[in-house]
Design a protein around this ligand. Structure first.
Ligand SMILES: Cc1cc2nc3c(=O)[nH]c(=O)nc-3n(C[C@H](O)[C@H](O)[C@H](O)COP(=O)(O)O)c2cc1C
Length: 193
């Protein structure tokens, strides 16, 4: 049974992101996967990496202690799915803080002679489910930083067999039909992740 960690970041239950998260969890559960839903807002995850954690950041003997349960859940996962809206061409702050505090040296990467090496290679499948207010062209012209974070940075530390970046653009003008089509596409992608 594949163990999948679904990291979700949206404050509102009535949001489109919440509907996407619902589809992701339902379809992966229906496949028989063991789903661990990490709803960062519902769990009141604290995204602030403060002075003590910054000073202890590189000490791999102790750096996981403040976020041990989150590290354990990440280490247990064989697949990882992120569901969030794009805010300011990046992640909601709570998700950015999750990366800052949980993707630690010794957890997501190691430093060998000052060079980064992957440490999340137990993650064999990686998927991102997200939405943008911008059109694809505007996102492209802005450099699309959240997309690059996954396709260039997190891909490197996981080296997954399968990576899917599923995005619905132009949310400010999108029709109900396109929203429904995207939900169906996400469902189908989860069935074959
Ligand atoms: C604080 C905030 C910042 C946003 N910044 C961007 C942005 O930089 N680029 C973009 O394409 N959309 C941006 N949006 C639009 C969101 O991506 C859009 O509201 C979201 O995809 C809709 O999904 P939801 O119903 O789940 O919130 C922003 C929205 C908010 C609330």
């Amino acid at each position: 049974m594949t163990r999948v960690l679904v990291v979700f970041a949206h404050p509102c239950g009535e949001s489109f992101s919440s509907a996407l998260k619902q589809v992701v969890v339902e379809r992966l559960t229906a496949r028989g996967w063991q789903v661990d839903l990490c709803d960062l807002y519902a769990e009141s995850f604290d995204p602030v990496l403060g002075a003590a954690e910054r000073r202890g950041y590189h000490d791999t003997a102790t750096n996981t202690a403040p976020v041990q349960t989150y590290v354990d859940r990440l280490r247990a996962a064989e697949a990882l799915v992120f569901v969030y809206p794009v805010w300011n061409f990046g992640f909601p702050a709570i998700l950015k803080g999750y990366f800052d505090r949980v993707f630690l040296p010794g957890v997501s990467f190691t430093l060998e002679n000052g060079l980064v090496a992957p440490a999340l290679t137990h993650i064999r499948k990686l998927a991102v489910v997200t939405s943008y207010g911008a059109t694809p062209l505007r996102a492209f012209l802005a450099g699309n930083p959240p997309r690059k974070m996954f396709t260039r940075v997190i891909r490197f530390i996981c080296r997954p067999d399968r990576l899917r970046y599923l995005a619905l653009y132009d949310m400010n003008r999108v029709t109900d039909g396109r929203r429904r089509a995207f939900l169906a596409r996400v469902a189908a992608e989860m069935d074959r992740l």
